[in-house]
Design a protein around this ligand. Structure first.
Ligand code: ADP
Ligand code: ADP
Length: 227
């Protein structure tokens, strides 16, 4: 089925007459598809992701997720931003369970499989460390773990590894693929790396210079490491 359907979406900051960030965007994303969005800086990638996350309204057109209008954040959507939002005073374990506690309550947090997530994230032995004791890549993995702990149907990621060096990015991308293989969900990833987009995705959407219009929809036909 279709997970996300965006039709004729136009978004201004400050209303018509302000900054037009997105123009007439049409996108359909299937359930369990892995989509990357690329385009020049300022073209509206983050704006689009925030619309999909229900964090921004828009001016014209429509945006639906699992056939419901997107008009607020949803519990079944995980969002990961470039700067991870780890709580500095909380351990890795606590950072992972707090995300669940906030959305689903204490009982759900207590029942959550933290050990399984730590294992999946390759963070064994770091359960009781604080964010400042982790490397940049580890922090990003915890941030992705926070989103995954809520077992979202859709994972929206805005340059989750943007600030990291190339080698760390490559390693994290391999881990991201491994995660996706194990537990398929719909993923929308914003990246400025074409290589990353091609490595990871089923499809790459390209936005034009601002205002962001969809100028290409590229299906990746090469065999992927996951295949
Ligand atoms: P990208 O993620 O592709 O770099 P953005 O979605 O962040 O692009 O921004 C798209 C355009 O909208 C840019 O021109 C940017 O300056 C503008 N913009 C982004 N956020 C705001 C905001 N909160 N208020 C006004 N203009 C904004
Ligand atoms: P901005 O001006 O920064 O783009 P918006 O006005 O788009 O912010 O969104 C303001 C608030 O409206 C958001 O905090 C969000 O909860 C809510 N909102 C999100 N999507 C929609 C929507 N489709 N229609 C109306 N309100 C929305």
């Amino acid at each position: 089925g279709v997970a996300i359907r965006v039709e004729n979406l136009t978004k201004y900051y400050g209303g018509p007459g302000g900054t037009k960030a997105l123009e007439d965007v049409d996108i359909a994303i299937d359930d369990c598809e892995f989509i990357s969005i690329i385009g020049p800086s300022g073209c509206g990638k983050s704006t689009l992701l925030r619309v999909l996350a229900g964090l921004h309204g828009f001016d014209t057109g429509s945006a639906r997720m699992f056939d419901a209008p997107i008009d607020r954040p949803r519990d079944d959507v995980g969002v990961v931003f470039q700067t991870s939002n780890l709580l500095p005073w909380a351990t890795v374990r606590k950072n992972l369970t707090l995300a669940v506690e906030i959305r689903h309550g204490q009982a759900a947090a207590a029942a959550a499989d933290v050990a399984g997530m730590i294992d999946l994230l390759n963070l064994n032995g770091f359960e009781d460390k604080y964010p400042h004791e982790l490397s940049g890549g580890m922090k990003h993995r915890v941030a992705i773990g926070q989103a995954l702990m809520q077992n979202p149907r859709v994972l929206l990621m805005d340059e989750p590894f943007g600030a990291l060096d190339a080698l760390t990015r490559d390693r994290l991308n391999v881990e991201l693929l491994r995660l996706w293989q194990r537990d398929r969900k719909t993923v929308v990833l914003i990246t400025h790396s074409i290589a990353e987009a091609v490595l990871l995705s089923d499809r790459v959407l390209v936005l034009s210079e601002r205002p962001g219009r969809l100028i290409a929809n590229l299906r990746i036909d090469l065999p992927r490491p996951r295949d």
